[in-house]
Design a protein around this ligand. Structure first.
Ligand SMILES: [Zn+2]
Length: 375
C-alpha cells in the first residue's frame, strides 16, 4: 500500500497544480469534491459521479453516525463498499453540522453533547469519537474535530473557539490510527483575524498533519472578506501539503481561491442547485423554472459534454422542472457536477500552461455576461 502523499507538480502565480495519492486512488488538484452527505451524492449513481471526472467525494460524519450508524457501515465493509464508491472519500468531523443542525447542544472541553435532528436521541462527539467514526467509515482523508464559530462573532469568542479547536486538533492527531494511504487534515480557524489565523497555523504545524484545511469561511462574511482572509492564510500553511477550503463554493469563489493557493474544495451548491432548478453554465447561472425556456429547443450549454446537454432541450428541462419530475433533479445535478469538474480541469490546464491569469480574466468576463439571448 502506498503512503498518503502530496506532490506539488507546478505553480503559476499563487495557483498550484498538484496530486494527492491515497489508499483508494489519486486526486489531481485543484480538485472539487461533490458532497455525498448520507452515503449518496443526491440524484446521481456513483458511476455517473465518476463519469463527470470527480476523483473524490465527501461524506458527512454527523449524518452517517446518526443514520445508519458508523458501526453498521463498518460491519458492512466500510463506506466505500456500502455506497459503491471505489474511489477516495474525505469525511468531515461532524463538528460543523453538530453546531448547525442538532438541538440542545452542550459544548465543553471534552466535546459536544447534542440531540439528533432525526429522532431526538442523545449523542456525544469528541475528537476521539470523531476519529473512531471516520476510521469505521474507512475515510481516505479524516478531518480533525473542531468548533466553527458562527459569523459574525466577537473576536474574543473566535479566539476561544480557535484555541479549543487547536487542543482538539492535538487530541485528534493522538487518536488517529496511522495506516498507509490514509491521511489526517488539520483545520485552520480564526475567522477573518490575521493574528488568530497565524496562532492556529503555528499550532497545527507543530502537531503536524497530512494536509491543512481552512475552516470558518463562507459562513456569511462575503467574497471580498473571504479572499482577503485567504490572501494571508494560505501563506501561513506549509507549501508541501494540500490546502482545502471547506464548504466553498460558487464557481467565482473556486477560481479566486485557486489564485490564492487553495488545492481542494467541497460544496453542496452544484447538487443542491440541481434539485432547485438552478444550472451553472459558462455564462453564469440559469434558472430552468423561467418560462422563457418553455419553447427553447437548444441545449442548456452547447459547450458541455454531459448527457443533459447532449440529449435534452431547455424546453424539456423546463417541463420536467415545472412538473416536479425526479428526472429534473437527475439531469440538472449531472450537468452541474459536469460543469464543476470541467471548470477544475480547465483550471488545472491553465496552471500547467502558465496561463492562469489569462484564464481567470476570461472566466470572469464570460461568467458575467449572463445567459444566451432568448429565441
Ligand atoms: Zn451539461
Amino acid at each position: 500500500m502506498t503512503d498518503f502523499s502530496f506532490e506539488l507538480l507546478g505553480a503559476d502565480g499563487g495557483a498550484r497544480r498538484g496530486r494527492v495519492t491515497c489508499a483508494h486512488g489519486v486526486i489531481q488538484t485543484p480538485a472539487f469534491m461533490p458532497v455525498g452527505t448520507a452515503a449518496t451524492v443526491k440524484a446521481m449513481l456513483p458511476e455517473n459521479v465518476a463519469a463527470t471526472g470527480a476523483e473524490i467525494i465527501l461524506g458527512n460524519t454527523y449524518h452517517l453516525m446518526l443514520r445508519p450508524g458508523a458501526e453498521r457501515i463498518a460491519r458492512l465493509g466500510g463506506l466505500h463498499a456500502f455506497m459503491n464508491w471505489p474511489g477516495p472519500i474525505l469525511t468531515d468531523s461532524g463538528g460543523y453540522q453538530v453546531m448547525s443542525l442538532s438541538e440542545l447542544r452542550k459544548l465543553d472541553e471534552n466535546g459536544v453533547t447534542f440531540r439528533s435532528h432525526i429522532d431526538g436521541s442523545y449523542h456525544t462527539l469528541t475528537p476521539e469519537r470523531s476519529m473512531e467514526i471516520q476510521h469505521q467509515l474507512g475515510s481516505d482523508i479524516t478531518m480533525c474535530f473542531d468548533e466553527c464559530p458562527p459569523y459574525p462573532s466577537e473576536k474574543a469568542d473566535v479566539a476561544r473557539a480557535t484555541q479549543l479547536s487547536m487542543r482538539w486538533a492535538a487530541r485528534s492527531r493522538a487518536a488517529f490510527v496511522n495506516r498507509p494511504g490514509y491521511g489526517l487534515f488539520g483545520i485552520n480557524q480564526g475567522g477573518v483575524h490575521e493574528d488568530l489565523r497565524e496562532q492556529s497555523a503555528q499550532a497545527l504545524k507543530e502537531i503536524g498533519f497530512d494536509g491543512y484545511a481552512i475552516g470558518g469561511l463562507a459562513v456569511g462574511e462575503g467574497r471580498a472578506l473571504m479572499f482577503s482572509t485567504l490572501d494571508f492564510t494560505t501563506l501561513m500553511l506549509p507549501t508541501d501539503k494540500p490546502r482545502y477550503l471547506m464548504g466553498v463554493g460558487k464557481p467565482e469563489d473556486l477560481v479566486g481561491a485557486v489564485a490564492r493557493g487553495v488545492d481542494m474544495f467541497d460544496c453542496v451548491l452544484p447538487t443542491r442547485s440541481g434539485r432547485t432548478a438552478q444550472a451553472f453554465t459558462r455564462r453564469g447561472p440559469v434558472n430552468l423554472k423561467n418560462a422563457r425556456h418553455g419553447d427553447d429547443p437548444r441545449p442548456l450549454d452547447d459547450h458541455c459534454s454531459c448527457p443533459t446537454c447532449r440529449n435534452y432541450s431547455r424546453a424539456y428541462l423546463n417541463h420536467v422542472v415545472k412538473a416536479g419530475e425526479i428526472i429534473a433533479a437527475m439531469l440538472l445535478t449531472w450537468h452541474n457536477l459536469q460543469y464543476y469538474q470541467d471548470l477544475m480541469a480547465d483550471i488545472r490546464r491553465a496552471i500547467e500552461s502558465g496561463t492562469f491569469a489569462a484564464f481567470e480574466a476570461d472566466f470572469q468576463s464570460q461568467y458575467g455576461q449572463g445567459d444566451i439571448a432568448p429565441l
